[in-house]
Write a protein that binds this ligand. Structure first.
Ligand code: MD3
Ligand code: FE
Length: 209
């Protein structure tokens, strides 16, 4: 069993430093390998089509997409017409260790915070059918200031830092809380070439048979 910290929120568990330096480098290499097959893109806001401040890519049978038509899951990368690359085995191992769920994840959404101003506004992850499964988040590279709130947009919120190698499991009673990334702290890690932060979220989308 790894050392974990129960947060102030039921259903949210933080594993600080789950990955040590060599684990982080091995995972980064697997991610960058996957990103040579399909190129990260800038998602577009529903309706307005305005581009986000981050880049995204997906691994796995289903990819989460944000397009002018709306949010949802897709089997193909619209930019290439091809399926998303497979989820790296190192990530499937992390899910098996911490998710406590009887089926593997179907989506690994890759968020690339590659600009100093990159952020993610408050939102809920609610496009999955399997809301009984947790979301498992793995952080690599620069530390970020992450915000977590309640079940309505205006509820009180608190901020935490997430550093390279940290794993956060978000499930149970907190699965539908609002959350977002206020900012990254440039220069806080040397892991990612050229700097920046990479967040990986593992999700189960469909109910297992
Ligand atoms: C809290 N990504 O991709 S991961 C996202 O760091 C997303 O890139 C952020 O939010 C990032 O949707 C945060 C942590 C996270 C994920 C799911 C949650 C926190 C959550 C679901 C419920 C509550
Ligand atoms: Fe989210």
């Amino acid at each position: 069993m790894r050392k974990s910290v129960e947060t102030a929120f039921e259903g949210i568990t933080l594993y600080p430093g789950f990955l040590d330096g060599s684990g982080q480098r091995a995972l980064l290499a697997a991610i960058l390998e996957g990103l040579t097959a399909e190129k990260p893109y800038r998602p577009r806001m529903p309706r307005t089509g305005k581009p986000w401040s981050i880049h995204q890519m997906n691994f796995g049978p289903l990819g989460w997409v944000s397009q002018p038509e709306g949010y949802g899951y897709a089997e193909l990368n619209e930019a290439s017409g091809r399926p998303w690359p497979p989820i790296p085995p190192l990530l499937l191992d992390i899910w098996a260790d911490v998710a406590n769920y009887p089926a593997p994840p179907e989506c690994c959404l890759v968020n690339l915070y590659d600009a100093p101003k990159a952020r993610m506004g408050l939102h809920r992850d609610e496009d999955e059918e399997a809301l009984d499964a947790p979301v498992v988040s793995i952080s690599l590279g620069d530390t970020c200031v992450f915000r977590i709130g309640g079940f309505a947009r205006g509820d009180r919120s608190r901020s935490f830092r997430l550093a390279s190698g940290d794993v956060l499991v978000l499930g149970g009673a907190s699965r539908l809380r609002y959350h977002g990334v206020d900012r990254i702290i440039p220069g806080s890690s040397q892991l990612v070439p050229g700097g920046g932060r990479i967040n990986l979220t593992l999700r189960r989308v469909t109910k297992p048979a």
